[in-house]
Design a protein around this ligand. Structure first.
Ligand code: TXA
Ligand code: MG
Length: 319
């Protein structure tokens, strides 16, 4: 199992049962996991991430039947889960009365965001503990999400009890988040499952929540996933003093450029996005470059999620 021995999982499971924090690989990004039924454990997540308390967490379950312990799933939500789980789709659903999930997890909302991760290590940890695991991305709040164990180590290493190394994440971008109410499905965050795949299944367009109203995905602060260097988007010709993040065949063969996908594949680009942003960010500091210029990226497929993350990364930091 991704080179992780059974006794590593046992050790991680013991830590989780004792209310400690474990970083686990998922197919999207690395998560910072804790027992979702334990208030203190959940509070430790917020503390480790320096995360504002109002930002609720995703709860990871093994499968649909485990999810049913915690939420009343509308028919449309069941259909989505049956199709896309395990996988990079998070579904926000009404919380069951008396659901044994810490109230801190949903930060005062009467809903819970659930997903079943498609990764053998995450699945093994859930199944071994038999617990729902609250897990945000394993990075400090507002910084780039980790797609390798090394990323987790550099950003949170001293604040976590154990990091399970499952190698690089296959999808590389966070899950798509939808909220399902009686008859409609709202897109709260584009992510690892493309909009059109979901729309095809539910046979209707995904709704968007009015911006400016009370945020339904309170985590969607404008600036997020931010590198330290400024980002300039939709750039065809970068300046000499800029690092360049390319996309598609117009390849720039310099030692300060990386290409998300030379063939212009949004799935490959998503998998590379966060690791490449980190590399170019480090390069900017090292060579005193002025920032990172990013090529235009088509919005189809996972392009919507990639552009969402890039837009946030380019927004000025709110601290
Ligand atoms: O792929 C992923 O989703 C990764 C891996 C670890 O599973 N997790 C992740 O978690 O990206 P995080 O905490 O970085 O983002 C969770 C998002 C936040 O924007 C939060 O506001 C939203 O989910 N969220 C959580 N519970 C919610 C709820 N009840 N209603 C609306 N939004 C919710
Ligand atoms: Mg995050």
């Amino acid at each position: 199992m991704s080179n992780i021995a059974k006794n590593e999982i046992e050790r991680a499971a013991d830590l989780i049962r004792n209310g400690r924090l474990v970083s686990m690989p998922t197919e999207t990004v690395y998560g910072l996991a804790a027992d979702a039924t334990n208030d203190k454990a959940v509070a430790r997540i917020f503390e480790a991430k320096c995360r504002p308390q109002f930002n609720p967490l995703i709860v990871h379950v093994a499968n649909v039947s485990m999810a049913q312990r915690y939420v009343d799933a509308p028919a449309m939500a069941q259909k989505l889960a049956n199709t896309f789980w395990p996988g990079p789709l998070t579904i926000v659903m009404p919380r069951k009365r008396n659901a044994n999930i810490s109230l801190l997890v949903s930060a005062g909302l009467d809903t819970i965001a659930l997903r079943a991760p498609d990764h053998p290590v995450a699945q093994a940890l859930i199944n071994t503990t038999e617990l729902p695991l609250a897990a945000p991305s394993a990075n400090k709040s507002g910084t780039i999400s980790p797609t390798t164990a090394e990323h987790v180590r550099t950003s949170l290493g001293d604040r976590i009890d154990l990091i399970l190394d499952g190698g690089p994440c296959r999808v590389g971008i966070e899950s798509t988040i939808v909220k399902v109410s009686a008859d409609e499905v709202f897109l709260l965050r584009p992510g690892g499952i493309a909009r059109d795949e979901i729309e095809r299944l539910i046979d209707r367009p995904l709704q968007t929540l009015e911006s400016g109203s009370k945020p339904d995905a309170p985590g969607m602060l404008d600036s997020h996933y931010a590198p330290r260097s400024p980002l300039r988007l939709n750039v065809i010709a970068p300046d000499e003093k800029e690092a360049f993040l390319g996309f598609g065949p117009a390849h720039r063969d310099t030692d300060q450029a990386l290409n998300l996908s030379e063939v212009g594949d949004s799935v490959e680009a998503a998998a590379n996005l966060f690791a490449y942003l980190r590399q170019l960010d480090a390069l900017c500091l090292e060579r005193e470059l002025t920032g990172i210029a990013v090529a235009p990226i088509r919005g189809e497929g996972l392009g919507e999620a990639i552009n969402d993350r890039l837009k946030r990364a380019a927004a000025p930091l709110i601290r």
